[in-house]
Design a protein around this ligand. Structure first.
Ligand code: NAD
Length: 473
């Protein structure tokens, strides 16, 4: 499939294979953009910025609503594309595809709400008789870089608020899963978006991505991906706004008063949705010593339900990981934990990119399964002596994206909410939950800034202060 740059669909002499992780088959090829094509995208986006900042809010909103309808109408096809390129079950892909139109509708509204305020300048001595107010204006060229795991949702979380706020976007999707992004681009252009307002350029992160984020014509980089790449972006970006949605190793505490069956069922979903390749996947279960073995027993049935099968089948709950080398890495981390005293309670079998849902008990800090981001279908369970110990273990991480607790004790729940350093905390659920309207983003090594349509619109706009002088008379 061609990419959309400079107002036209175009290829490139170099191409990247898009491989379906479950079957291993090449399902398409996309261009590996050349430096000249990156330059064309940037020059076009500068023209797009001039055009978009003059487009009335009502016109922007209408285009986004039209795109939403087109996406809804093609939702099943888009779900199939996601399922194939990521290897995620079709039911999960349908859920993801069904949210895209609604997100554009939400953005169409939020983009019409760019408000300023009057400033009480006369409160400063000597500033009497002047009138001050603020204008909220588009930030300019936005570069959006997205990971492979939610190739629709995470793309729309960036491009919908950026366009709604009156900015042009250059989107660089993940090379493993670029087809959904290109399909969404088609719908926006069909909906009447000016061609300079959205360009979707495909190619490697180190070549295309790096060139885009370091260019001074870009005013804002909105990146979702690994902490390692996020850090690299901070080193080359220069003076521009950054939103970074990065990695995590999300914890969940299970207290003795919790509903263990509910906690175990939620744990399986939290750990194995999208084969554990979600930034807010449940990775570290911190179970109180009084219910530790009971919790492990309660996991058996819900974990066993996540059998691996062809992701295109309606009843499949788990497909493949994105690539064989990723599955190999996770099994190596499991082996490392076992060599250091942990035990595999369930799963751990690998065939190619398919790794069965795995539960590892007696995980302790210092093991990779605890300290690093696993990004695979593995729950590591750690024993806690009490709430203080559990909160300390939850916070023993360089990340801080999501966290959860299962308890019926309001006091423990509130302590957890206040003391655990994570951007999103869930009481009686796992970290894996998100509504597209809520503020969403990490603390510590998990990132900077917030997404969620209203909050992203704010981060993709600037406040300009206007002062009218000479009104003293
Ligand atoms: P990745 O960091 O390898 O790649 C993400 C994107 O960055 C891709 O488009 C890639 O081509 C590009 N890229 C790579 N190197 C680059 C560079 N030097 N400069 C600019 N761009 C570059 O991540 P991935 O493997 O696709 O996705 C998995 C990661 O994403 C995990 O760490 C996961 O936690 C994170 N993630 C975070 C969130 C969140 O909301 N916090 C959501 C989803 C995924």
């Amino acid at each position: 499939m061609d990419m959309f740059v400079g107002g036209r669909w175009q290829g490139s002499p170099a191409e990247i294979d898009v491989v379906a992780p479950f079957s291993g088959e090449v399902i398409d090829r996309v261009p590996a953009a050349s430096p000249e094509q990156v330059e064309e995208a940037l020059a076009t986006a500068v023209q797009g910025a001039a055009l978009m900042r003059t487009m009335p809010g009502a016109a922007r909103a209408e285009i986004l609503r039209k795109a939403a309808d087109l996406l809804d109408a093609d939702s099943e096809k888009i779900a199939r594309t996601m399922c194939l390129e990521v290897g995620k079950p079709i039911t999960e892909a349908r859920g993801e595809a069904s949210r895209l139109g609604e997100m554009f509708r939400l953005a169409s509204f939020e983009g019409t709400q760019l408000r300023g305020e009057t400033l009480p300048l006369d409160a400063q001595a000597g500033a009497e008789g002047k009138l001050g107010f603020t204008l909220r204006i588009p930030t300019g060229v936005v570069v959006a870089i997205t990971p492979f795991n939610y190739p629709g949702l995470l793309v729309v979380h960036k491009i919908a608020p950026a366009l709604a706020a009156g900015n042009p976007v250059i989107l660089k999707p993940a090379s493993q899963a670029p087809l959904t992004a290109l399909a969404i681009t088609e719908k926006l252009i069909e909906a009447g978006l000016p061609a300079s307002a959205l360009q979707t350029i495909t190619g490697g992160g180190r070549s295309v991505g790096l060139a885009l984020v370091s260019d001074p014509r870009v005013r804002k980089v909105s990146f979702t991906g690994s902490t390692q790449v996020g850090e690299e972006i901070t080193r080359v970006a220069g003076v521009k706004r950054l939103s970074l949605e990065l990695g995590a190793n999300c914890p969940m505490i299970v207290m003795p008063d919790a509903d263990l069956e509910a906690a175990a069922a939620a744990s399986a979903a939290g750990g194995y949705v999208n084969a554990g390749q979600v930034c807010i996947s449940l990775q570290r279960v911190i179970a109180h010593q009084e219910i530790y073995e009971d919790y492990l027993d309660a996991l058996r049935e819900p974990v066993a339900a996540f059998r691996i099968a062809d992701p295109l089948l309606d009843d499949t709950k788990m497909g493949a990981m994105v690539a064989e080398e990723e599955a190999v890495r996770v099994t190596e981390w499991i082996d490392e934990a076992v060599a250091s005293g942990a035990r595999v309670v369930m799963g751990g079998e690998r065939e190619g990119a398919r790794l069965s849902p795995t539960v590892v008990a007696d995980v302790t800090p210092g093991m990779k399964l605890s300290d690093y981001e696993v990004f695979g279908p593995t729950l590591g369970v750690t024993k806690a002596e009490g709430i203080d110990h559990a909160i300390a273990l939850a916070n023993d991480s360089s990340y801080g994206l999501g966290a959860g607790i299962f308890t019926n004790d309001v006091g423990h729940a509130m302590r957890f909410a206040r003391e655990v350093d994570a951007g999103n905390v869930h009481i009686n659920w796992t970290p894996l939950w998100r509504a597209d309207l809520m503020p969403y983003g990490g603390l510590k090594g998990s990132g900077i800034g917030k997404e969620g349509i209203r909050y992203a619109v704010e981060e993709m706009t600037e406040l300009k202060t206007v002062v009218v002088h000479g009104l003293e008379g």
